[in-house]
Design a protein around this ligand. Sequence first.
Ligand code: ADP
Length: 152
Amino acid sequence: MNKRIALFPGSFDPFTRGHEDIVLRGLQMFDEIIIAIGYNSQKSNRYFPIEKMIASINEAFRQYPNITVLTYSELTAELARKHNARFLLRGLRNTTDFEYENSISQVNRQLYDELESVFLITTPQLAWISSSIIREVHKYGGDVSQFLPYKL
Ligand code: ADP
């Protein structure tokens, strides 16, 4: 049987415990999950360096050979096609996420009609964790270690 491969695309600046939760819950449905960091080296304004984030995510999932990390700068639908991923995994925290995800998933389906988007509702205790809040806390010297599944 064909492996069920899911792509989990995002900016992951940084990758948080909220993201980790989506990936680990996704593993109950998929054989493989590819964490795909959208990144354009020409015009990147990331806060956390891309190399650091790749290494950190690899560290967080080192006991899971079926979770891999890569970076990409093309259409997510194209990347999914290349990797034989027929599922796009995303998380939903609130109605703002829903509005955004709804339109993105319609576009992705137009671009690659066998691509099915799968949404997991956030775990309540992690619902408020966002990369932007973590960047803000970190910028002003706050301790963000409890929100991240690896050591910075
Ligand atoms: P993007 O820039 O594509 O929105 P993010 O890195 O911010 O990328 O998020 C990637 C995915 O993870 C999105 O589907 C987002 O809704 C989801 N996500 C982010 N934080 C959480 C959280 N705390 N709980 C559940 N899902 C989350």
